[in-house]
Ligand binder design. Structure first.
Ligand SMILES: NC(=O)c1ccc[n+]([C@@H]2O[C@H](COP(=O)([O-])OP(=O)(O)OC[C@H]3O[C@@H](n4cnc5c(N)ncnc54)[C@H](OP(=O)(O)O)[C@@H]3O)[C@@H](O)[C@H]2O)c1
Length: 359
């Protein structure tokens, strides 16, 4: 028996990549959600049969689900059909791009609606994917279906979508900071927007990597992924800025487990002052349950939003008045991944956007 009992009419969700970090948070959110139930969980091929709570001790008492078998080559359609027959309506893919590209088409063909946390469907199409991810796309036809899942900016399209491309963690923070000013015409596009960002180590996932061992990351901050981090393309696409001349992205890895700050510096358009800036954020996020536009007072820090689906925004005018720095903080595993995915599931299922999500 699950420790938490969902309502009888709760919608079934199949969670792929449940054994990873984003998967752990998604499992917790779905298992405790009043309108969803964790109907099936999957890890990699070596996890079949294992209780999810044995892999993530934090889930003990929340779920007794065991990892199911992934489909063998060419058998994904049968698994998708089986899930549909079991009444599963949604699939959440917390998997690497290659696995998401393989699973999304049969799941959608079987009638499930999919939220993908990977970068497989976030860019313009297969050419952009090949350019930035260095691999051919295995499901190019699905780009026509994919809706970019930044909930605050795409609510209606997400609600109707059968495939939502959940945003990356850095793009979530950067875009929530940039878009209000960009849409209000307050950015001088003659100067590049610079996103200087810092993430905790869970942003790289749970798989073993030598450069992410404790002794490699503790006590040190390092830039990485330059000059062509994949999230540069994603931020540029959504903000309609050219990578390089229009947008510079400088990610850093820092020695904490979770949390992310994006500090966005930009030149203001003539006439853009404190009143216009505050009005742009207020208009963009009126009624948005998970964005707190805090203004130009004390600046937010990652600890303020740890474990929540909140993005807190604060801004500072640079002396001289022509430049602004906007700071966006999120928990990379919640608003940057699993929480935003559940926010999108809520919209797709016609539930309140903030249902079952911590603020
Ligand atoms: N971490 C973040 O902050 C964050 C933020 C936004 C988006 N994302 C995206 O979310 C996805 C998951 O990220 P993560 O950080 O949770 O990674 P992770 O901790 O490495 O977990 C990856 C999950 O995918 C499974 N998996 C790996 N290869 C697979 C395959 N070929 N077929 C099926 N399942 C496979 C893994 O299973 P095993 O455990 O058995 O290996 C694990 O459950 C990635 O696409 C990532 O880019 C992550």
């Amino acid at each position: 028996m699950n420790g938490v009992q969902p309502a009888a009419a709760a919608s079934g969700v199949a969670l792929f990549g449940a054994t990873g970090y984003a998967g752990r948070e998604a499992a917790r959110l779905i298992a405790t959600h009043p309108a969803f139930r964790l109907a099936a969980v999957f890890g990699g091929p070596e996890r079949v049969g294992l209780p999810l709570a044995a892999i993530h001790p934090a889930l003990r008492g929340l779920t007794d689900a065991r990892c199911e078998a992934l489909p063998e080559n060419g058998r994904a359609g049968a698994l998708a059909g089986d899930l549909a027959a079991r009444g599963v309506r949604f699939a959440l893919l917390a998997t690497p791009e290659a696995a998401s590209m393989r699973m999304a088409p049969p799941l959608i063909a079987a009638g499930l609606r999919v939220v993908d946390l990977s970068g497989a469907f976030r860019l313009d199409g297969p050419d952009a994917f090949a350019d930035w991810y260095g691999a051919d796309h295995e499901a190019p036809a699905l780009f026509d279906h994919a809706v970019y899942g930044l909930a605050e900016w795409r609510r209606a399209a997400i609600a109707a979508a059968d495939l939502v491309a959940n945003p990356g963690c850095y793009p979530t923070a950067a875009l929530l900071a940039i878009l209000p000013l960009r849409r209000a015409g307050l950015i001088d596009s003659a100067a590049p927007v610079v996103v200087h960002a810092v993430s905790g180590v869970s942003g790289a996932g749970r798989r073993l990597r030598e450069d992410l061992l404790f002794c490699e990351v503790e006590g040190s901050v390092r830039p990485y992924g330059l000059p062509r981090h994949r999230h540069l393309a994603e931020i540029a696409r959504l903000a309609d800025l050219a990578p390089g001349d229009g947008l510079i992205f400088i990610p850093h890895l820092a020695p904490f487990d979770r949390g992310l700050i994006g500090s966005v510096s930009l030149r203001l358009a003539p006439g853009a002052g404190p009143i216009e800036i505050a009005a742009a954020f207020a208009a963009a996020y009126a009624g948005a349950p998970f964005v707190r536009a805090l203004g130009d007072g004390p600046l937010p820090s990652t600890g303020d939003v740890r474990g929540t689906n909140t993005c807190a925004l604060g801004w500072t005018a640079v002396p001289g008045g022509r430049h602004l720095v906007v700071h966006a903080v999120i928990d990379n595993l919640i608003k940057g991944a699993a929480g935003q995915a559940v926010q999108n599931l809520n919209l797709m299922a016609g539930r309140p956007e903030d249902e079952g999500l911590p603020r």
